[in-house]
Ligand binder design. Structure first.
Ligand code: ADP
Length: 470
């Protein structure tokens, strides 16, 4: 008995040291005391003495006392440990649940939500695992379109990371998804979804980028502008020099040379004036001081007059100009000065970017809600790469200084601003090398209780606006 209990005691002692268990240590000590007691009793069995009984009872009490002390210490240690663990758990829980940076939720493959942190709850404003939440997740087009891919990637790699966009509220999120067994005893895999909203960052980056592009365009514009100003200024300067030289020699010769160059001087003055006008318009648009003077004007004759005034300019390049309309007379709410600029700009471009012997067709089509003004040419066309940018400020197809056509790249941006002021729309269709079609749509509306007027078109404006065609 002594040997058996000693062996059990030693084993328990070794295990208690390994496991650092107080209770096991107490048990092993108790077993030792118990084995000492058995030896003691077996050796004093023949003596019926009070002190022997007392010692035996004392040893028994000792055994129980040590076990009780062991239990108390062990429970106390466990209590302290679980308290520390609880504190750590709460920290992690708070970290996830009250995280103000990251949206976190846990769901299964069918998007049944089992947990949402506070941020996600506040955002979706519905209860965990509610049907609405699943529906609102699937409403996000990027989630709907990518869900199968995400699940496949999760099955293969265990993680998925990507950018998801919502068309509805225009938000962009950086999303990290991981599949894991959060509760191993349940045996089902959970999907942990965490994401941060990066809409502001992306928008800021896009804004910065557009500022950078604008800066590049501005520098290009300044170099174009310098070129545009230098050409006429050089002409003025060299003509003056020539005239001065001749004047000192022969007055008669002077007037002959003056007559020869006066037209070039006029054209170049007009080109400079047009350029400066465009720059002034651009700054007025930027400062918001570009206001329309609306009235009810007869649009058909106004556009037709402008078109007819450009025919002689198109003839320089042997270009045919055709005008067609489905209505003879019609009044709409418009600013005739702006209409002039819009029509002249589109026609000037059509002539400028057309080859010799080309054609330009102009159609004015009245529909119930809108009036469509279409300018088609069979000119050089617009490269697909810059087509989307031609209505942007300072955007030119050919930025080289030895380009074929003059132009500052502000004309179409002014056209677009003026059409916007009319609540209209402008689009372009073009095939490089084949030609371009610009379509302006203006609302077919009138100002109530206001007179109908006919605007007298002044041909000088055409001469000015088409001054860069030569
Ligand atoms: P620009 O003063 O350079 O003509 P615009 O703003 O009027 O400036 O036009 C911007 C660019 O759009 C032009 O540089 C040209 O590349 C392109 N573009 C405009 N109209 C036409 C057209 N009818 N055919 C071909 N390209 C065109």
């Amino acid at each position: 008995m002594f040997i058996l209990s000693s062996i059990v005691g030693v084993k328990l002692l070794i295990t208690s040291i390994k496991k650092r268990s107080v209770i096991l240590r107490c048990f092993s000590i108790s077993i030792f005391i118990f084995s000492i007691k058995t030896v003691y009793i077996s050796n004093t069995f023949s003596y019926n003495n009070f002190s022997i009984k007392l010692i035996s009872a004392f040893l028994t009490y000792m055994v129980f006392l040590i076990i009780i002390i062991g239990c108390v210490v062990e429970f106390n240690l466990l209590y302290v440990k679980s308290n520390v663990l609880n504190k750590e758990l709460r920290k992690f829980y708070n970290l996830a649940h009250f995280n103000s940076h990251t949206y976190i939720f846990i769901c299964d493959k069918d998007l049944n939500i089992s947990y949402m942190n506070n941020k996600a709850k506040n955002y979706f404003k519905c209860d965990i695992s509610s049907k609405e939440l699943k529906e609102s997740l699937l409403k996000i087009n990027d989630v709907r379109d990518n869900i199968d891919d995400i699940i496949k990637t999760l099955e293969r790699d265990g993680v998925w990371r990507g950018i998801l966009r919502s068309n509805e509220n225009k938000s962009i999120v950086d999303c990290f998804i991981q599949s894991m067994y959060l509760d191993e005893s349940a045996g089902t895999e959970d999907i942990l979804v965490s994401y941060v909203d990066i809409t502001d960052r992306i928008n800021l980056e896009a804004e910065l980028n557009s500022h950078k592009i604008n800066d590049i365009r501005k520098s290009e514009f300044i170099s174009t502008l310098s070129h545009e100003l230098k050409t006429p200024l050089n002409i003025f300067y060299s003509t003056i020099q020539l005239l001065e030289e001749i004047k000192s020699v022969n007055e008669e010769e002077f007037s002959k040379v003056y007559d020869k160059y006066s037209n070039t001087l006029k054209i170049n003055s007009k080109r400079m004036l047009r350029l400066v006008n465009n720059i002034v318009d651009t700054t007025r648009i930027d400062s918001g001081a570009f206001n329309a003077e609306f009235g009810n004007y007869e649009i058909i004759s106004l556009v037709e007059d402008i078109v007819l005034s450009t025919v002689s300019f198109a003839e320089y390049k042997n270009i045919k100009v055709e005008f067609d309309t489905n209505v003879e007379e019609h009044y709409i709410k418009c600013d005739p000065n702006m209409i002039e600029k819009i029509v002249l700009n589109l026609l000037s471009n059509a002539i400028k970017y057309s080859k010799n012997n080309g054609y330009i067709k102009i159609n004015l089509i009245l529909e119930s809600d809108i009036i469509r003004f279409i300018v088609s040419d069979n000119g050089i066309g617009i490269d697909e790469k810059i087509k989307g940018k031609i209505f942007d400020r300072f955007s030119r197809g050919d930025n080289s200084l030895n380009r074929l056509n003059e132009g500052s790249g502000v004309g179409l941006s002014i056209v677009k601003s003026m059409i916007d002021i009319h609540n209209g729309n402008v689009t372009v269709e073009s095939v490089l090398g084949k030609g371009s079609t610009f379509e302006v749509q203006l609302p077919n509306i009138k100002i109530e209780d206001e007179l109908e007027e006919i605007y007298e078109y002044n041909r000088d404006k055409t001469v000015l606006e088409l001054s860069d065609i030569y």
